[in-house]
Write a protein that binds this ligand. Structure first.
Ligand code: 13P
Length: 287
């Protein structure tokens, strides 16, 4: 079912688990992550940002995500990822999205606040919660490029940002990058604890692909209630296409190839959902 309102992310925040938020590019990625959520019996978020809309078309991708969410047997939020475009934010908010992210992180502090406040007003008028971002999470959102850690989130600034904008969730920079890091560094977990204590709203970790399982578990104790995953799903789908057997290629069996891709996405998504979920869903070695 389509999940609206703050209930699920607040529940995750209060209980120390996180919603896995998966980037989707079309039918196969959407099917894979929704099936994974249904198999795990856990809520998730489907998300796409401005750059993905440029690939698939905003109306088509939104209709697909909203339909998949409504048809799912578990709670599925539909979220606009990384947008600086207030027209796009308004369109999604008015089209039935659960939540939107306004990304003013590349702007000076006061401009980020001004843009984010406008998005929060649009969200409030439509019953849609808003995620803002402070600090810099570098890297390309659609392809994994060599990248270095960006400007980390300052806890005092984060508190001021949340107070003055009214965002319901805050994306933070604590050493995370989009895509695979060229030289992976441990996340700044102590800083994350300080940010959690300062802001009092659920935190969002972007760039979760490639992070070790124990690091992902560690962020759950530090206020992170939404974790964004993209690159690992893209890799799984591309690897499935790469591994297609000769018979599938000889017969040009596209349906079979796409089905293999869905299974590959589903497997990665399921592992992440279980890792981030409440203890009850985790395998015994995580308890
Ligand atoms: P990754 O591609 O590193 O998983 O990051 C996804 C993300 O943060 C989407 O906003």
């Amino acid at each position: 079912m389509l999940d609206t309102g703050l209930g699920t992310i607040q529940e995750a925040y209060a209980q120390g688990w996180a919603l896995a938020a998966f980037s989707t590019y079309g039918l196969e990625t959407t099917m894979g992550v929704v099936r994974a959520a249904e198999a795990a019996g856990a809520p998730i978020i489907l998300q796409a940002g401005s750059s993905t809309f440029a690939h698939a078309g905003r109306a088509a991708l939104a209709a697909l995500a909203l339909h998949a969410a409504e048809a799912a047997s578990v709670r599925v939020g539909v979220h606009l990822d990384h947008s600086r475009d207030l027209e796009e934010i308004r369109w999604c908010a008015e089209s039935g999205y659960s939540s939107v992210m306004v990304d003013g992180s590349g702007l000076p502090f006061e401009e980020n606040i001004a843009l984010t406040r406008e998005a929060v007003a649009i969200g409030a008028a439509n019953g849609v919660w808003v995620e803002g971002e402070l600090g810099s999470v570098p890297g390309d959102e659609d392809r994994s490029v060599v990248t270095e850690v960006g400007q980390m989130t300052d806890p005092a600034r984060a508190r001021e940002f949340v107070d003055r904008t009214g965002v319901s969730a805050l994306a933070v920079a604590v050493g995370n990058v989009h895509g695979m890091a060229s030289e992976p560094q441990p996340l700044a977990l102590e800083l994350l604890t300080h940010i959690r204590d300062a802001v009092g709203v659920p935190l969002v970790l972007h760039g979760a692909s490639g992070l070790p399982d124990d690091e992902l578990r560690a962020v759950l104790e530090r206020g992170v209630a939404k974790v964004n995953i993209n690159t690992e799903l893209r890799r799984a789908l591309l690897q499935a296409f790469h591994d297609l057997d000769e018979e599938v290629l000889a017969k040009a069996d596209l349906a079979r190839a796409l089905a293999d891709g869905v299974v590959a996405v589903q497997q990665v998504a399921h592992q992440k959902i279980v890792l981030l979920s409440r203890p009850a869903l985790q395998p015994p070695d995580h308890e």
